[in-house]
Design a protein. Sequence first.
Length: 534
Amino acid sequence: MTLSLAQALDAVANVASSAGLDPSVARTEAAQLAAAIAESSQGSFQAWAVELGRPANAEEFFTEAMRGRRYRTAPVPGLAELIRQGSPRSIELAKTLSDVCAAAATLGVPSPQAATSAQLAAASQYAAMGAPSAPRVRSEERQFLNQAPAILTSVLSQMEENSRRILDLRGTDPLGPGAFPGLPGGQLTPPSLPATAVNPGVSATGNAPAVEPATPLAATGETPKSEEKAPEEPPKTLDELLAELDGLIGLASVKDEIHRQAAILKVEGLRVKAGLKSPTITRHLVFVGNPGTGKTTVARLVGGIYRALGLLSKGQLVEVDRSELVAGYLGQTAIKTSEMVAKAEGGVLFIDEAYSLNGDQYGEEAINTLVKEMEDKRDNLVVIVAGYTQPMAVFISENPGLASRFRTTIEFPDYSDGELVQIFTGMATKSDYVLGEGTEKAFRDVLAVQVRDSTFGNGRFARNVFENAVGRHAWRLRDVADPTVDQLQHLLPEDIEAPPVEEAVPWPPAEGTSEAPARPSTDPDVPVDKVATA
């Protein structure tokens, strides 16, 4: 029997209290998770508010849903903390969170997307139990955990009728069956409408009007504008790409490893050309580290380097996450994953937060398809998976097909204060801004008060501060009728302010806290000379 959301939230608070966690914080995390699951269902914000005993407020609901989206693919901070402590209560909390997922999927007019999100979120809470820091459990509890991906089967059966009603559009089709009840002989068009109103391309006599064929552009000697292509830039050489890598700020250990990989693969290619035997070396890579440490930027350079070595035909980077590999139904995921691999063939497929594929049958289908495609296209495809260190280790170890193909892990360290200052000043210089007296110190002061845990944005933080400063600079000059070039260029200390707290997915949660600051889950890659912020 599925609990109501109110009952499930009470259960979460009770378990959290008995485990030594703040019950109000645990309840808030679970409510955010429920909002993130239900946000695709019509009228869910009203039902959510009723269950929480609050006035219905759509803005509040979607704000909480945005904060809870990270929990659809990772454990809530309270559960992660219990796992870190090795508390046996973590199993009970995971169970109550799965009840929250089940209840959230039925809010409002349930949708198939909500059911899928509920399954993924529940499985993600249980999947965390398999992390290296998870407590030892008895055999009967382990058997229970192994059944986690199927725990929401009852929810799907309850939603079947609602989903059918949601997707049945016959009642809204003006020309469909039943649209005009009472018309003789199943007539679809009301008698008052002439045939031309239904099909403007047919005359009143039923004959199609004569249409003069268009003159082919080929006959006129003209070139369609859509086919006009700008001249392509010549591909960069290996030396140019390695120099670009070396020009990035920081990342000394990353640069050394990429240079080492390039040397190994270069010699391997030379041995093959010389007719010598060469060991099979996997070219696929695992990038681990916190957000904003340059993983996407380096992945793009790797594509170019491998192309310059003759290992890839194009060297392009195709960046995806779970949403671009997994479809809403079994069978469709394999097709969707294969399409993304085909798009990346000849270059690099970069899968961000790859561990989100763990924990359910849809993600498993994507992984199995990916393994097969990597084998079929092993001579012209490189796959790079990226994410936080601990969940990536679990992700690779739990999938034998991946463990044999990803043997090289490159860790991206956090940036130092000095490196972040270089990134900030480099962005300003590239954009034709000048840092006025005291501006760099203002940035250092803002940097000094930041919590430097797994939620910190590193290079992305510097970029956000810079973009925020540009906005404050423009606002400061709003009443200046004719600003000078000097005024237009100079950023002053009063323009520097920490950006709003953003959404992130911390792993593990910060010591002594039950919830981490938030940062957007999107990772736009804005290349900046000699800066890696992705």
